[in-house]
Write a new protein. Structure first.
Lengths: 152, 767, 284
């Protein structure tokens, strides 16, 4: 066991964790249900989180690797009252089907929108390519994200 | 004829009723709840493709700290059953056991452990000592059905197997007309064979269930399933519990695609709960998903077709050899659908179909979106293109010359069907011709396009196909609608939303019929204690079958509302008008739904406004699709790049056009994977070689070509608000459309899936 | 399966500290992002030394070379301005071709890729083609090329920490030319080729031909390189070189592509790339 201190969606958590625990297990055992288990080898991306604003597959990250860092999950996108614009777009265009990969897609899309230097659809598709979706064919998720691209 | 324009809610884009909770990532799925003292299940799986278990020593595993139970075949009642979640009595052979003294493929269950952590459970599995007598294994269905082959199901107590000694799980034959005579009289005869292999459903949420005993000692099963009521019935049977002792809860499901139309771990998980008295969680890893859950049936299809000089198909003889793997789950019915759909496209006067589903020592095939159709349609639509090319007729013209039209009956559907069968389906609505026309225009049929680079060739291909809308006289749906005093309604349905959006579509149907906004419908699906029965989410049945049940319930509830309103307004109910959550007289006197419900619950002649709706359909109207592919092939390497895919689909009136498009987009993407990237290879001992998404490649966002989806609206008179099914029909088109486009581009006909660079290269090299 | 014996984790700030931990403890492994070790490591892993904060995350473009620190992630390289244009765009192209996802690449590091040394790494193939050198911490005495490092198991067993790589800026007009074949864009290549070739006047004065996804290790076609060296590039030579490649390449079993196909494709891709170079010279 090892002591850690992390910020999860701006909330500080100090606790003791097993050395071999993955960040996915840590977050889910702390009530963060948006982070999903899909393949446990990083390939499906359903477990995506942001660590210090970088997308990471939490199933192949040790909790200890995130010690001292800021973790963001989809819970941070909205308030209890309001959804983010991107979440609203996803609902509005029908980008959600089973919803299992939705939180991961939203996180990576949000990261892309915040950091994108290119509005090209090719780059957008590349940015979310780490998340597998078996339901939508990515058509409506891409449509939703494109509608949120604002280039200054 | 009416259509979506006549409705207030149906046919209009309506946001999903569950959209917000999913966008927030709320804990809606099976694995998202917490338990005290939850145990974790792990299965020890066979390393051998075929072996008898001589003995199992579990003492070391049981002695490990944190292990609560270790089960082997010696601990459980031996009940032959099928894992297929189908109507009762199931048409699949009873050839499976929760645990058995024999293993029949690499990955078959040997023993199960429940322990305090997944790690301890895995460690315990490694401590189980099994003495195997390895047996000869057979992997090729053609060899498996030859005399002298080792018998895979040699147990005495299995039943429903067509011919155990020949490893033939199921056998099927159908014909009409005079095929032999037609071949004699034919202008030309074409004989070709096609082959499709193993692919896996790959829902992103793997199979997961959690079982526990409630305070009344009833077994509760929280499972990611498409078939909660079949789970209850089959688990009761194999664990020898009364049905009343079991409750199945289906929370949100993270995709099913047929893989969860199966009782795959609920019985074993339940057995561990019964053994320990504790809550047990059974999670299938991705690796297990990829070789130890369920797959699509591989098939070899042999076609012989006779045509006349003017391009009419006179006769078609199709023989199918289907590999069902180690168990015969869905073996017969998948093959039935293969034959059924092959012969539902073209008006051929003389046909013959025969098929055999054969056991092998490979992973178990089961239900997968399309259910036999993608196999049959890949072969049929490749074959049709080959004939058209050979005859020198445009591929579209040849198809139009031979297809069934509105008003035709499809004789094969009366010959081959599940359950008691049905009459030959009458085509009451068909948008197929329009799908072809509009799709052709969108892809630019007949316009030659330049390749995007030198050294490549470009081609366009078409494929058309059909599916059903539920299983006639078999699929049954029920629901209840209950009125609340604010004018909202609880819709409790057995229908199982697995991500398809059926909760939303059913809410729309109810809202339309009840003249209320969709957000006044509170949908709950599904829980065997709370919701009425439904056979489940499969066979494209939900909108058509369950939707009609909802319409039935809504009409009954509305009639009750009108009765109460008539009493309140002192007017005969025939003279009342209902709209916008209120009922009014011709003179303009109004009572609101709120007032009506308060009146009925608290004031006079009190009763609960509520009704149960039911539906079984004697018909299964065919939806249609026409898929067009624009591809480019590298002349030297055979590498294929998809440039564009167009899918035009007739699903009747789309209850929710946006969700219907979503179904098409998802289905064609799976179809593209079937065409180009998905397959499951094995070594010579039947070991699976692909165990992760790094090797088993499903389409990523960066793989998608340009997609154009066209919904061609028709009105199906037997469907709720004119609807037919949509979920499955688009999956079958991409593979043959791409094969046809490749052939069009480089004159290389690939007759097996997936279509790989190497297969193309080989054909080009040998030219 | 699984890190069942993992009992220690360190994230040192200094490479000397990391080196000490690795040398003093059996069963300690370094990680960059851990994208391989965490899902696929087994009971041999007793401790992890996380190098992500050891001060070797850096991309530095100098006058005639580029330095890439070992903790630089593949995603850093994909988004760095330094790799957006000639002559370093091959770095992006080779990384994307590998079929590893953007999400994994945001944790996978250059050092990790080198340490794994897999035969299906197009990225490493590209680096080998430009004679990238590996910088080993605490072993400053000599530069070792990536190719030599990957083929020197003795040196690898000395467990030096890879602190970075250095690439001499490609000087020809094509830089590294990269070609690959795959089922679909995101799937790992069936075969890929990284080729770097320079001329002195009309004669080839240096050439590297590196193939990936042929076997467990990357393949350099040294015989074919020798055949090209000092010659003028003409059709006949191109044919002989590609013919030689077909002959000497010996692909391992791969369910996605037969040995026969991969051999033939080695020839096709080499011929294609050499023709491209020849045609461009003819035109310029």
């Amino acid at each position: 066991m090892r002591n850690i201190s992390v910020f999860v969606n701006d909330k500080k958590i100090r606790t003791e964790v097993p050395i071999s625990q993955t960040l996915l297990d840590f977050l889910r055992s702390n009530g963060i249900t948006s982070v999903k288990r899909g393949c446990e080898s990083g390939e499906c991306g359903a477990c995506a989180v942001l660590i210090d604003d970088e997308p990471r597959a939490s199933c192949i990250t040790l909790t200890l690797q995130a010690d001292g860092k800021e973790i963001k999950t989809v819970e941070a996108l909205s308030t209890r009252q309001d959804l983010s614009e991107l979440q609203k777009r996803f609902i509005e265009v029908g980008a959600i089907q089973c919803g299992y990969c939705t939180p991961a897609l939203l996180l990576l899309a949000g990261h892309y929108l915040n950091t994108a230097v290119s509005p090209l659809e090719k780059d957008l598709r590349e940015a979310i390519s780490g998340v597998l979706c078996r339901c939508t064919g990515y058509v409506k998720p891409v449509e939703a994200i494109k509608k949120e691209i604002r280039l200054d | 004829m009416s259509g979506s324009k006549d409705y207030r809610i149906v046919g209009k884009v309506t946001p999903r009723v569950d959209g917000e909770k999913l966008a927030r990532g709320k804990g809606a799925f099976s694995d998202d709840i917490e338990f005290r003292e939850l145990l974790h299940a792990k299965v020890l799986r066979s390393p051998h493709p075929h072996a008898r278990i001589l003995s199992i020593d579990t003492s070391n595993a049981k002695a490990l700290r944190g292990v609560h139970a270790v089960l082997t075949h010696e601990d459980l009642p031996r009940v032959p059953h099928t894992t297929a979640g189908q109507g009762w009595p199931e048409p699949s052979p009873y050839d499976a056991f929760v645990l058995d003294n024999k293993v029949r493929f690499v990955g078959d269950r040997v023993a199960a452990v429940a322990a305090e952590t997944p790690g301890i459970a895995a460690k315990a599995c490694s401590l189980i000592d099994v003495d195997y007598e390895t047996l000869e294994a057979v992997f090729d269905p053609e060899k498996a059905s030859k005399p002298g082959a080792i018998v895979i199901h040699d147990e005495e107590d299995s039943s429903g197997i067509y011919d155990k000694s020949s490893n033939i799980a199921s056998h099927l034959e159908a014909s009409f007309g005079d095929v032999e005579k037609a071949f004699k009289d034919a202008y030309k005869i074409f004989e070709k064979h096609y082959e499709v292999g193993y692919v896996q459903q790959s829902s992103i949420e793997p199979h997961i269930c959690i079982t526990w005993l409630d305070e009344d000692e009833r077994l509760v099963i929280r499972s990611s399933t498409q078939v909660p009521f079949h789970v209850r019935r089959i688990v009761a049977n194999v664990l020898q519990l009364p049905v009343k002792k079991i409750r199945v809860i289906k929370p949100r499901v993270g995709g099913g695609f047929g893989g969860k139309q199966e009782i795959l771990n609920e019985e074993l998980c339940g057995a561990l709960t019964l053994a320990t008295g504790k809550a047990v969680r059974f999670w299938m890893t991705r690796e297990e998903e990829l070789y130890a859950s369920r797959t699509r049936h591989p098939q070899k299809l042999f076609f012989k077709t006779a045509v006349s000089e003017d391009g009419k198909i006179l006769a078609m003889d199709v023989r199918v050899i289907e590999n069902t793997g180690a168990y015969g789950t869905h073996a017969l019915t998948v093959m039935t659908v293969t034959g059924n759909k092959i012969f539902s496209m073209y008006n051929i006067p003389n046909i013959k179909f025969s098929g055999e589903a054969v056991y092998t020592n490979l992973p178990v095939a089961g239900a997968f979106r399309g259910y036999g159709t993608p196999q049959g349609i890949f072969a049929l639509e490749s074959h049709i293109d080959e004939i058209a090319d050979e005859l020198g007729i445009d591929q579209i013209e040849f198809r139009l010359k031979n297809i069934y039209h509105e008003g035709d009956r499809i004789p094969i559907t009366g010959e081959m069907a599940e359950g008691e069968g049905s009459d030959a389906q009458l085509i009451r609505s068909s948008g197929l011709e329009e799908c072809i026309k509009r799709g052709a225009k969108a892809i630019g049929w007949g316009i030659s396009r330049e390749p995007t680079a030198a050294g490549r060739s470009r081609g366009i291909g078409i494929a058309i196909n059909t599916q059903g809308s539920g299983i006639p006289n078999v699929d049954m749906a029920a629901c209840s609608i209950k009125m609340n005093e604010d004018g909202s309604f609880n819709l409790l349905c057995g229908a199982t939303d697995i991500g398809t959006g059926s909760d939303t579509a059913l809410a729309q149907i109810a809202a339309e019929a009840l003249s209320i906004p969709v957000d006044n419908i509170l949908v709950y699906s599904s829980d065997t204690d709370m919701t009425p029965f439904d056979t489940g989410a499969y066979a494209s049945s939900t909108t058509y079958i369950s939707g009609a049940a909802v319409l039935d319930a809504a009409k009954k509830v509305k009639s009750q509302i009108m009765d109460v309103a008539g009493e309140m307004l002192e007017v005969e109910k025939e003279h009342l008008v209902c709209s916008d959550s209120k009922v009014s007289t011709q003179e303009g006197k109004i009572v609101t739904y709120e007032q009506i419900c308060l009146y009925s619950l608290y004031q006079h002649n009190q009763f609960q406004i509520m009704a149960v709706g039911n539906n079984v359909s004697p018909e299964s109207p065919p939806p249609y699709s026409a898929v067009f592919a624009d591809v480019e092939v590298d002349d030297d390497t055979g590498q294929i790049r998809l440039l564009k895919l167009v899918a035009a689909v007739d699903c009747g009136v789309a209850i929710n056009p946006q969700m219907a498009e979503g179904q098409v987009e998802g289905a064609i993407t799976q179809g593209m994977g079937y065409a180009l990237s998905e397959f499951m290879p094995f070594d010579k001992n039947g070991n699976p070689l692909f165990k992760s998404f790094r090797d088993y490649n499903i389409f990523r966002s960066s793989d998608m070509p340009e997609i154009e989806v066209i919904l061609v609206e028709t009105y199906e008179p037997t469907g709720p608000y004119g609807a037919k099914a949509v979920a499955e029909v688009p999956i079958s088109g991409p593979a043959p459309a791409i094969a046809n486009a490749v052939s069009n581009a480089v004159r290389a006909r690939v007759r097996s899936l997936p279509i790989t660079p190497e297969k193309i290269w080989k054909i080009l090299k040998n030219k | 399966m699984g890190l069942t014996k993992l009992t220690d984790y360190y994230r040192p700030k200094k490479l000397t500290e990391a080196t000490r931990l690795l040398k003093e403890n059996d069963g300690f492994f370094p990680i960059g992002g851990g994208t391989w070790l965490i899902p696929y490591g087994g009971s041999e892993v007793k401790g992890i030394v996380d190098l992500s904060e050891s001060g070797i995350k850096e991309i530095r473009l100098e006058e005639t070379s580029m330095y890439i620190g070992a903790s630089t992630t593949l995603n850093d390289l994909l988004t760095a301005p330094e790799t957006s244009s000639h002559p370093y765009e091959f770095i992006r192209e080779t990384i994307i071709s590998e079929g590893s996802t953007r999400l994994i690449n945001s944790a996978s590091t250059v050092g990790g890729r080198i340490a794994l040394g897999r035969g299906d790494s197009s990225f490493l193939a590209g680096l080998i083609a430009v004679d990238a050198t590996v910088i080993l911490f605490g072993k400053m005495s000599e530069d070792v090329t990536l190719w030599d490092y990957l083929n020197n198991s003795e040196l690898q067993n000395e467990k030096h920490i890879i602190s970075g790589i250095e690439i001499s800026t490609p000087t020809n007009i094509h830089s590294v030319i990269f070609e690959s074949i795959s089922y679909i864009p995101s799937s790992p290549p069936l075969i890929s080729l990284a080729l770097y070739l320079t001329f002195s006047v009309n004669l080839i004065d240096s050439v590297r031909i590196v193939l990936s996804s042929i076997g467990e290790k990357l393949i350099r076609l040294e015989e074919a390189e020798a055949m090209l060296l000092g010659k003028e590039l003409d059709d006949k030579l191109i044919k002989s070189v590609s013919g030689l490649a077909v002959k000497i390449v010996d692909p391992a079993f791969d369910p996605k592509g037969s040995s026969e196909y991969k051999k033939a494709m080695a020839g096709v891709l080499i011929e294609r790339v050499l023709n491209k170079i020849k045609d461009n010279r003819g035109g310029s």
